[in-house]
Design a protein around this ligand. Structure first.
Ligand code: HEM
Length: 455
């Protein structure tokens, strides 16, 4: 079957456009070809959808109709062959089943106090009247959170080393130009420690050494009182009673670490930006937070409608992951009126769907109220992707975002420095707010509002 129309420019040019200015590339292409087009941003023809019906068809298809892990090869160098993101079928389901419980329910609620305390420690370093690097502060929070909840690492030498190394790995793709090797395998050449790929390999080796050392230590001296995700993986067994190998554990750990903190960092940074750019939003949010004083609990915090709407609108306007994992069809599949043969790459565009004016009038405006006025289906609002590959950390990410925002807003007043504006830029495979010291603490709240956050 003939694939839907799309730009005729060479694949190489499209890939450059996609890497250097992804939003413009998507928007200009959709303006010409509509909500279903074929593009070649990854080299191969990919059919990109922003029609909720098409997205529903894809997300509700049987998981065994697609290869997803196989199409995620871009992450292999860092995450490894056994990362959940690179697996399909039974091995993928097995890993999800194993890792889902600690990222949901009571486990999640039990992290409330930890996240609250970590936020408190980080914001106590912000000096009144002195602008601070917002993204860096949010990275500090989300990295500490993930290292303590997933790795069970307490502050100390290994914890500090791992934190610094991960930040260095992320710096290697912190701008569109630096991200080029991710998208052009030819640039993945180790030309010594000064070449970008050489640096990456060196850093990765150091990270791996630390992770393997942690695994070994836990094997040598098991601690049954630990409830972090690493300990859980170490005691897990498959149906035949086989435990996970060290490499499987390492690949899954690094997956949760990378997937679990970079996106959360960007989401919390954007939220702080919008809340302080728009005084009306700030006022409403504070009123809502203040209203729960005296009657507060983690469950009430999670259910606050305006806080929820602010988080959703943040993830709608600039979805951190612009495209979910590509789905490669294994068998012919029908999506809307199209019948695609096996081997077709299908990509729901989160960004384009979130910017459809028929779903989100005035889509470029930050307006949390839209989430209070109507309910969006999971095919219209999809910051965490969907179907059998939907982000396994979705509940964790929303939980963390709400606790951190509540802690910051209840503790002090912040203001945007001058007329500073934050722009979306590519960082690796994500869409992130630009860096900079654009926020300043203006005063501490006179009375400290406290929320009994533990369960
Ligand atoms: C605001 C924060 C986050 C956003 C916007 C986000 C978004 C996404 C998206 C769009 C996907 C692809 C889903 C698909 O292909 O349908 C994904 C997958 C994934 N995310 Fe997240 N994520 C966030 C936070 C987290 C956290 C906190 C964790 C872990 C602690 C996490 C772990 C993962 C993993 C392991 C996958 C792969 C799932 C699979 O292939 O089965 N993410 N995420």
């Amino acid at each position: 079957m003939k694939l839907p129309n799309g730009p005729k420019t060479p694949g190489f040019v499209q890939r450059m456009q996609w890497v250097l200015n992804p939003l413009k590339f998507m928007e200009t292409t959709a303006a010409v070809y509509g909500d279903c087009f074929t593009a070649r941003p990854t080299g191969k023809p990919s059919v990109v959808f922003s029609n909720p019906q098409a997205i529903q068809d894809i997300f509700t298809a049987r998981p065994d109709q697609f290869y997803v892990g196989r199409a995620n090869g871009i992450f292999r160098a860092l995450l490894g062959d056994y990362s959940m993101m690179l697996l399909d079928d039974a091995p993928h389901q097995r890993q999800r089943k194993l890792l889902a419980p600690p990222l949901h329910g009571d486990h999640l609620r039990s992290y409330g106090q930890l996240i609250w305390n970590i936020t408190e420690q980080v914001i106590s370093t912000w000096e009144i009247g002195k602008p601070f690097p917002v993204r860096l502060s949010m990275t500090e929070i989300s990295l500490r959170v993930i290292l303590q909840t997933v790795f069970g690492l307490q502050e100390g030498q290994r914890y500090e080393k791992l934190k610094l190394l991960i930040q260095s790995v992320l710096k290697l793709s912190s701008s569109p130009l630096k991200a080029l090797p991710l998208f052009f395998p030819l640039l993945q050449q180790d030309l010594g420690p000064w070449s970008p790929w050489g640096q990456f390999k060196l850093l990765k080796k150091k990270v791996d050494d630390l992770i393997y050392a942690e695994i070994q230590e836990l094997r040598d001296t098991p601690d049954p009182s630990r409830s972090d995700i690493l300990s859980l993986m170490m005691s897990a067994q498959d149906n035949d009673g086989k435990p996970m190998t060290d490499q499987e554990i390492r690949d899954e750990l690094i997956t949760l670490l990378m997937a679990g903190h970079e996106a959360s960092t960007s989401a919390m940074t954007w939220a702080l930006y919008w809340i302080h750019l728009l005084p009306e939003v700030h006022k409403k949010l504070l009123q809502e937070l203040d209203s729960i004083e005296g009657n507060a609990s983690i469950d009430i915090l999670m259910k606050l409608p305006y806080l929820d709407a602010v988080c959703c609108e943040t993830l709608r306007l600039y979805p951190i992951i612009m495209l979910p994992s590509t789905r490669m069809t294994k068998t012919p599949i029908r999506v809307m009126d199209y019948e695609f043969p096996a081997g077709t790459l299908l990509v729901p565009s989160i960004y384009l769907t979130h910017h459809r004016p028929d779903l989100y009038p005035q889509p470029k405006q930050f307006r949390p109220e839209r989430f209070l006025e109507r309910k969006y289906s999971q095919y219209e609002f999809l910051p965490f992707g969907g179907g059998s590959r939907r982000c396994i950390g979705m509940a964790f990410a929303m939980f963390e975002m709400k606790v951190v925002l509540a802690r910051v807003l209840l503790h002090l007043d912040l203001a945007i420095v001058g007329n500073r504006r934050v722009k979306p830029i590519r960082r690796g495979v994500t869409l992130a707010p630009s860096d900079g010291e654009w926020l300043v603490a203006t005063s501490l709240h006179e009375k400290e509002v406290s929320i009994p956050i533990s369960v």
